[in-house]
Design a binder for this molecule. Structure first.
Ligand code: GDP
Length: 331
């Protein structure tokens, strides 16, 4: 099947498998494409690559802007490529579509990794809302795995649902924190502790080293009050400095230990299987909603107004919409 730029899907798949960077770039562009004619070839490409995907260590990294995500990814990534790993970096930032480019997409960040032949850095896709960005990022991970990248780092901004979305597409989720425990613990979101596989207090250097230790102790206490997601893994709290490299070796060792334990216990396979099923449901919901909204748009507006003014109950409105929706598709 031909894609909109004239290429052939099987040729493109072969290029990806050979890790031809131009082919990898074009494959990702195909996944990002919103041209209706590209949807089928994109899925055909993924199907062709499926057997070669799944091999990477998928790691998510979150934290507030300025915590040191890109500095840490650059420092960790270059260490890993120096040891023979092939490292891909992706970003999830649903605000980049609205703002027409984002901090995460800034090419000057991670300059060393971006120029490293064993690395591949891709900014956040600009395909609308979080659902679109999430889909493209998940599919891009599969393409990068087929191209032979064995470590995929997915960076996200520490806000809202993008954190949960990224945690749900990776094997290991790292939450970066700043020193300054007293203030931080006040505002710490309980939800983030529940999805963290490791907490790293960054900038543990210079005058902040002591404060970082204190913060790590506090996070350790806070973590102790949450229910661990895995019977095999207790999320560790470490301090590190992306600037000096302190703690990065420990961070990587934790990731490797986690992978070994989770693989041996079968939890890694289970986690990925759960993620795939949740992804299917999310896409199904999104498609159903889009189809429903398109087919009963007028009635939807009308019933929404009636519900708003309390002339109709929400349940009755939902029933009428479903009846209107199902009617024509049944014939
Ligand atoms: P991001 O927004 O989370 O990606 O943060 P950046 O990686 O862009 O870092 C924000 C600022 O913090 C930059 O000026 C970095 O040089 C600095 N920074 C990052 N990591 C460290 C660290 O470990 N120690 C210190 N002292 N500064 C750091």
């Amino acid at each position: 099947m031909a894609v909109s730029d004239g290429a052939d899907v099987s040729e493109l798949a072969a290029g990806v498998r050979a890790c031809d960077r131009a082919a990898v770039g074009r494959a990702i562009t195909l996944l990002e494409s919103q041209l209706p004619g590209d949807a089928a070839p994109a899925q055909e490409l993924l199907a062709a690559l499926l057997d070669d995907s799944g091999g990477a260590h998928r790691v998510g990294i979150t934290g507030v802007p300025g915590v040191g995500k890109s500095t840490l990814i650059e420092a960790l990534g270059t260490r890993l490529t120096a040891r023979g790993h092939r490292v891909a970096v992706l970003a999830v930032d649903p605000t980049s579509a609205r703002h027409g480019g984002s901090i995460l997409g800034d090419k000057t960040r991670m300059a060393a990794l971006a120029n490293d032949p064993a690395a591949f850095v891709r900014p956040s896709p600009t395909v609308g809302a979080l659902g679109g960005v999430t889909r493209v990022t998940r599919e891009t991970i599969l393409v990068l795995e087929a191209a032979g990248f064995d470590v995929v780092l997915v960076e996200t901004v520490g806000v809202g649902q993008s954190e949960t979305a990224v945690a749900d597409m990776v094997d290991f989720f790292v939450v970066l924190m700043l020193p300054g425990a007293g203030d931080d613990l006040q505002g710490i979101k309980k939800g983030i502790l529940e999805i963290a596989d490791l907490i790293a207090v960054n900038k543990a250097d210079g005058d902040d080293a002591k404060r970082a230790d204190a913060a790590a102790n506090d996070y350790q206490l806070a973590l102790g009050m949450t229910h661990p997601a895995s019977p095999t893994w207790t999320p560790p709290v470490i301090t590190c400095s992306a600037l000096t490299g302190k703690g990065l070796e420990a961070l990587w060792n934790h990731m490797r230990t986690h992978r070994r334990l989770m693989t041996d216990s079968g939890e890694l396979a289970e986690r990925r299987a759960d993620q795939r099923v949740r992804w299917m449901h999310a896409m199904l919901t999104e498609r159903m909603r889009a189809r429903l909204a398109a087919s009963v748009a007028g009635l939807l507006t009308d019933l929404e107004a009636q519900v708003r003014s309390d002339r109709l109950t929400p349940a009755a409105a939902a029933d009428r919409l479903m009846t209107a929706f199902e009617g024509p598709t049944d014939v």
